[in-house]
Design a protein around this ligand. Structure first.
Ligand SMILES: Nc1nc2c(ncn2[C@@H]2O[C@H](COP(=O)(O)OP(=O)(O)O)[C@@H](O)[C@H]2O)c(=O)[nH]1
Ligand SMILES: [Mg+2]
Length: 403
């Protein structure tokens, strides 16, 4: 189970915006789950969760989750979070711990850009009076940092690209792909960029800085999409900034968050003070509280009322389901009883790319299953589906294999 590949989400932003708080809150969970004894894999890599309404409710069954968690009908599905330490302007040139941290971004197909929506930190992340700094500038800054980082990687190798394309007659998309695949950029993105920007037939030595930058912008926007977590939404000065960001940042999904509130809720839940399903809009008190605890929790409840929850899980869900368009599929061995071979009901959920087929699910489970897969049965409809048929979000699938 531990070897199962998780979707990776990078948490980025300048210092002091709440990245580590976001990370800590997301990885803290009050359920003991066997497969993940440690929420932290490396100091800055941990297991967080996205959520879906579990199909157990629709089907009226009690499930026994194994690779995920079910809390009152909400299924929590693990994803890998990478807390990329604070980026300051000029990081791409190695300022701060720049390049080292940008290299962490290579692996993540989607990023959550945590910004201090209260405007209480300057461009370097130093604390200032709330309302002083415009968080919209941080969005531009980070875009630029990632662009410059990619541009630098490409420029370093451009002479080689020119040689390979113009003298060795290799195809430009092949050459660019072999250079950028390590950054998690797919061939499809490169081909789209070349087509959209009419660069497919332009000899690389004629590209110039403008064409290179256009190419980088395109590839970055599609290959490293970002969700904005407009954090510190609990601070009054954040409200106007959040509204403005939602209105003006048309290319982004902006999710108001209070990482501090989420962390407090998860800690309170771990202590047994409250029942809180991560991502939900409210919580219930389950124990006697001191007046201070009660006051702090009621303050959090007000914030949740205002924004519809703390936003932390919503930001993760937005990144994984809306931006990446991933789907969640439950494989079972018995489509009538909805169990695996050991009788566990709806034990596992797999996150798969949009357009994933039955065969993709089989491969995600085990290469041996993929080899022997013949067809599948959709447990909800009872219909037989082919190996190359696309899977639906929240479907329960039995893969039928040859002996
Ligand atoms: N008011 C408020 N403060 C927050 C929130 N999230 C983080 N902080 C505070 O911001 C400071 C920096 O947080 P940290 O997570 O270390 O930021 P990082 O440098 O981006 O990792 C800490 O004092 C946090 O308690 C939030 O949602 N609201
Ligand atoms: Mg930090």
């Amino acid at each position: 189970m531990l070897t199962q590949a998780h979707v990776q989400v990078g948490i980025v932003g300048k210092p002091n915006v709440g990245k580590s708080t976001f990370f800590a809150a997301s990885t803290l969970i009050d359920v003991k789950i066997a497969p993940y004894p440690f929420t932290t894999i490396e100091p800055n890599v941990g297991i967080g969760y996205v959520t879906i309404p579990c199909v157990c409710r629709d089907l009226g069954v009690k499930d026994n989750p194994r690779n995920s968690i079910c809390m009152d009908g909400t299924r929590l599905i693990p994803v890998e979070l990478i807390d990329v330490a604070g980026l300051v302007p000029g990081a791409w040139q190695g300022r701060g711990l720049g390049n080292q941290f940008l290299d962490h971004l290579r692996r993540a197909p989607v990023l959550i850009h945590v910004v201090d929506a209260s405007g209480g930190t300057d461009e370097e992340g130093k604390i200032v009076k709330p309302g002083t700094h415009d968080p919209m500038l941080d969005v531009k800054f980070l875009e630029n940092e990632v662009n410059m980082w990619m541009l630098q990687i490409i420029k370093k190798e451009w002479d080689k690209v020119v040689r390979q394309v113009e003298y060795s007659k290799q195809k430009i998309d092949d050459v660019l792909y072999s250079m950028l695949s390590g950054l998690g950029i797919t061939r499809a993105i490169i081909e789209d960029a070349l087509n959209q920007l009419s660069l497919l037939n332009k000899p690389p030595h004629l590209w110039g800085d403008d064409a290179l930058m256009d190419f980088v912008r395109y590839v970055r926007a599609v290959g490293k999409p970002m969700v904005i977590a407009a954090n510190k939404a609990d601070i009054p000065e954040a409200e106007d900034n959040i509204k403005r960001m939602m209105r003006e940042l048309k290319n982004y999904r902006v999710i108001p968050t209070s990482a501090d509130a989420e962390l407090a809720l998860r800690r309170a839940a771990n202590k047994g003070l409250i029942r809180y399903i991560p991502g939900s809009q409210d919580f219930t008190v389950t124990s006697n509280l001191t007046p201070e605890q009660s006051k702090a929790l009621e303050r959090i409840r007000d914030i949740m009322r205002k924004w519809g929850g703390t936003g932390v899980v919503k930001a993760l869900n937005t990144a994984v389901f809306d931006v990446l368009g991933m789907i969640a599929v439950y494989p079972v061995a018995d489509e009538k009883r909805l169990t695996d071979t050991e009788g566990r009901v709806l034990p596992d959920v797999y996150l798969l790319p949009r357009n994933a087929t039955v065969l993709d699910l089989a491969s995600a489970i085990h290469s041996d299953i993929a080899k022997r897969a013949m067809f599948a049965v959709d447990a909800l409809s009872g219909r037989r589906i082919g190996l190359s048929d696309r899977l639906q979000h929240r479907s329960v699938i039995r893969i039928v294999t040859s002996k």
